[in-house]
Design a protein around this ligand. Structure first.
Ligand SMILES: [Zn+2]
Length: 73
C-alpha cells in the first residue's frame, strides 16, 4: 500500500479545484458522502476524497487493493 494507490489510482481527475469542488457539492446534494477536493501530488490533477488520512476509495486486501467505494459520474 502506498500513497499513489490511496490518493490517485482509479480516481476521477478534475482539471481544477473549482471543478472538483462543484462536483463534490453535487455528490453531496444527491445524498452522497462529504468529499474534499485536493491537489494530487502524483498526477497533479485534482481528486475528490475524504479528509486526509482517511483512505476510503481503496482498501488494502490480501490480494492487493480493493475498491470500497464507487462514485458514478
Ligand atoms: Zn492523482
Amino acid at each position: 500500500m502506498n500513497g499513489y494507490l490511496i490518493g490517485c489510482y482509479l480516481k476521477t481527475v478534475f482539471p481544477s479545484r473549482r471543478t472538483g469542488r462543484r462536483r463534490a457539492r453535487q455528490i453531496r446534494g444527491e445524498g452522497g458522502p462529504r468529499l474534499d477536493d485536493y491537489r494530487c501530488r502524483h498526477c497533479h490533477g485534482v481528486h475528490l476524497g475524504h479528509p486526509h488520512g482517511e483512505a476510503t476509495h481503496l482498501r488494502s486486501g490480501p490480494h492487493g487493493p480493493t475498491p470500497v467505494q464507487e462514485l458514478t459520474a
